[in-house]
Design a protein around this ligand. Structure first.
Ligand code: F6P
Length: 364
């Protein structure tokens, strides 16, 4: 086979490990050729591709980012082009199909999140042989138990919280750490537990400033003059709304969240008069070398995708269903988001060890 591979959407640790596994499995098991497609769907629209052989795939297991480049714009079904001096959204999917045929690609492996996989499915419906591989640090895709990139991201956040704990304690401060995750609180709850946070605020559990303040007073009463709060970018006060930082036109998902950490810190200073500071971890969470767990999962996903291509399991996405890697129809996998369960094991465990989610009834 001639297999095309592309990476779409935001990058995350482990993308290169997937690419490596695709190339190695294709070469060792099947004597296939692999073609790297540049910058997500942009490479298919503009015919930017190059062969990926074993030499190019070597040394990629530990490298962050993606050697293919990525894009979270460039939707071929809604592609912004200048027509007669005006920017218009055009359906250029036929151009993509032409390029796939011109390059004699028997199958395209699409590594990406929900937005990227939706586009892959649209091509699947048009008769193109696509196989999806789920990625995101947010871990919010319901069809798979875990996405690669998440383990590395929570380790990065945990290490940051460890460092912030020391300043919080030395200066008797409230330290607020804002983390990514979009509308899911997985990064916040997992890294918060691992990093020993005292309060964790997640989108799934609206919070109350009075309750958070009470927790700070209660800690002070026990001689703990500092508090570390991890807040997910999508968290909101009860009766309030998410804090939106910007809208990115042309992106698969326009809304970019950010700013809730600063809101929480300034409100707490106003209510409690305890000095507060905010750290926004931002894209540090998406960078760096993948953890062992992510390297292994990425390798299993990439390798399985090539096997599924040979079995003709197109318009499917690989998924982890412990202990197996399975193929799930893309039609079933899409838009099935996975959120933190407010009564699930992560939250109940955290509550049992005294972590507040800012929603407990404040004492009279
Ligand atoms: O989905 C991954 C993610 O990192 C989210 O956690 C975050 O909200 C978003 O992407 C940031 O996107 P961008 O890199 O476009 O700012």
């Amino acid at each position: 086979m001639r297999i095309g591979v592309l990476t779409g959407g935001g990058d995350c640790p482990g993308l290169n490990a997937v690419i490596r596994a695709v190339v190695k499995t294709a070469a060792h098991e099947y004597h296939d050729e692999v073609i790297g497609i540049r910058d997500g769907f942009s490479g298919l629209i503009n015919n930017k591709m190059h062969p990926l052989d074993l030499t190019r795939a070597s040394g990629l297991i530990s490298r962050g980012g993606t050697i293919l480049g990525s894009s979270n714009r460039d939707n071929p079904f809604k592609y912004a082009e200048y027509i007669g001096g005006n920017m218009r959204d055009m359906d250029v999917s036929d151009r993509v199909i032409e390029n796939i045929q011109k390059n004699k690609l028997d199958c395209v492996i699409v590594i990406g999140g929900d937005g990227t996989q939706s586009i892959a499915h649209q091509f699947g419906q048009k008769g193109i042989n696509v196989i999806g591989i789920p990625k995101t640090i947010d871990n919010d895709l319901g069809a798979t138990e875990v996405t690669f990139g998440y383990d590395t991201a929570i380790t990065t956040v945990m290490e940051a919280i460890d460092k912030i704990q020391t300043t919080a304690e030395s200066h008797h401060r409230v330290m607020v750490v804002e983390v990514m995750g979009r509308d899911a609180g997985w990064i916040a709850v997992s890294a918060g537990i691992a990093g020993g946070a005292h309060i964790i605020l997640i989108p799934e559990i609206p919070f109350n400033m009075e309750t958070i303040s009470q927790k700070i007073y209660e800690r002070k009463g026990r001689g703990k003059h500092f508090t570390v709060i991890v807040v997910a970018e999508g968290a909101k006060a009860s009766g309030g709304d998410r804090v939106i930082k910007r809208l990115v036109e042309g992106s698969f998902e326009k809304v970019r969240l950010g700013g809730i950490g600063e809101f929480v810190a300034s409100e707490l200073e106003r209510i409690t008069h305890v000095e507060a500071r905010t750290t926004v971890l931002g894209h540090i969470q998406r960078g760096g070398s993948p953890s062992a767990f992510d390297r292994i999962l990425a390798t299993r996903y990439g390798s399985a995708a090539v096997v599924f291509a040979h079995e003709g399991k197109f318009d499917h996405m690989v998924a982890l269903r412990t202990p197996d890697i399975v193929a799930v129809p893309l039609s079933e996998a899409l838009h099935k988001m996975k959120n933190v369960e407010p009564n699930g094991s992560h939250v109940t465990t955290a509550r049992r060890i005294g972590i507040s989610f800012g929603d407990e009834t404040a004492p009279e």
